[in-house]
Structure formats: C-alpha cells, structure tokens
Unconditional design. Sequence first.
Length: 328
Amino acid sequence: MTQMMRAVEITKPGGPDVLQMTQREMPQAAHGQVVLKVAWAGVNRPDALQRAGAYAPPPTASDLPGLEASGEVVAIGAGVSGLALGDKVCALLPGGGYAEYVATPAAHCLPVPAGMGMKEAACLPETFFTVWSNVFMRGGLKAGERFLIHGGSSGIGTTAIQLAHAFGARVFVTAGNAEKCAACVALGAERAINYREEDFVEVMEAEGGADVILDMVGGDYIARNLKALDFEGRLVQIAFLGGPKADINFAPLMMKRLTMTGSTLRPQSDLAKAGIATELREAVWPLLDAGRVVPVMDSDFDMEDAAAAHAHMEASQHIGKIVLKIGG
C-alpha cells in the first residue's frame, strides 16, 4: 500500500498564494540516497523563483520546493555508508523540502552541530554550501583580505559575514537601513554601508579596494563592483536581483587584472556538492560545533503558512533565515 505524506506544492507559476497543501506519495531511497523525516525546512530565494516559474528544478528532482531541511534518517538506500537509521542531520536537497519526507543523496547530509536545535540546523545547508563554494573555493578569500558582501543582512550575507570574519578577512557589507547595518556589524562586519545613503564604490576605494566581492544584485552593480575592486580582485556573482544585463566598460578587468566568476548551486552534480560537503565538514563544522558561527534566525512559519513565509521573504524586511515547521 502506497504511503502518503503532506506537502506544499506549486499549483501554477505565480505569487505566494499559488503555494497550497497537498498529499503526495512518500519518496523512496534510491541508490546512494537516504530518506529524511523532515523537522524543519529552510525558505530561500530559489524557492520563490521556482514558484514564479523562473527556476525550473533539474529533471530528476522533485517538483516540490525546498532546498534544505533538517530531519531524521528513516530509510537508507543501497551503497550508503556513514549514516544510520535515527541519525539527526541537516541536508542540501535537490528539491522537495516542503514535505513531511524527502529523499536526498547521503553525501549531502551533515550532522546537526553540537548543541544546535533542528530548527537552526535547517538553516545551514543552502547558505553554507553557497557561501563556502563561492567565497572560499571560487573566490579564494584569504585572511587579511578586504571582502565586500552585498545584501549583508540576508541569509547568505549573515553566513558570509561570520565565516569571513572567522577566517580572518576584513568584512564590509551593504544593507538598506540602519537596523540591518547594525545587525551586520554585530556579526563581525568592520563597516556596514547603507546603500541608500552612501556609495559603496567610494567607501571601498578609500579602503584600498575590495579583494573579493560577493554580489547577488547584478544590474548596474556589476560595473560599480569592477570599480570597487582592488588589483587582482575577484567578483563572485550568485544572483541577479537587479537583472542579469548591464552596459559595462570592461577596461578595468584588464587594467586591474580582475577575475569575474559565479555559480548556481542546484544544477551542479551530486559529486560536486558532495565535495563541498566534505570541505564544510572539515573546515566549517568545527566552528559551528564550538558556537563560533551560528545561523541568524528571522522567523518561522507553519507548513500550512508557506505562502506567508514567501511573502515575508519577498518583502525583504527580514534579517537572517526564514524556516517552515514541518514536523517540529
């Protein structure tokens, strides 16, 4: 007999109200996978893009939203080692996190850090995989370098501030109001720039230029980022909230020997994501176990209120992570 579960589905492309509760068949653990009984699921910008019809899931992924969750291992597929039934983990998901059960590659699961609750652990995978792979693996951020983060009060931003600070970088951020700027400084930013009142290019040029910039805005920020970078600087692009197109003078790219790079996480291979997980376990999880880095929580919503959670995120008034209570 087929076992059913509750889930939140996208009924059609559109606004938050297209998210509706439904019944789905429970997933099975394929080779290399585990099934988690979901406790909490993180709410992220890619979920909203998928809901709006602008970010299709990979062909093999669930059509349900949800790219990260915490939960208990309740089924283990062939070829899996290192995990046991009953283990409490958090996991990067190919999709399907807005449901009572989800299947994901075992290699994308990480232990819940010491002393951390399941609610907080659900906030780790998407942002920590994204920040580590882009800022440290692609951007090569090193101790002593000047690092500028756009959107410092977002889930990505609050994670990037803490990790960069923990590894000895000088952290600068942009944010949209005094409250967000203060929150960023409290997390370890040396300077928070209110982009409504100051020009981040002028601020960074006065500091000698940024060595690495993490940008999720795009649009007219791209040309300004090139101006704000120091010689040998690296621009890492992870989103285009301001649009993917811009009129750019690329002369600074050559004159300052700059590097432009970027990535999206979801379409990468399972092997690539497993490699990121391995680095996180070795380099970052000890910081989480010790409480030196913590997820910044904004708010939580019941599973049935997923539409309200999306509306809250898209209003951009939050500081840190938004989560859905699935199983508690």
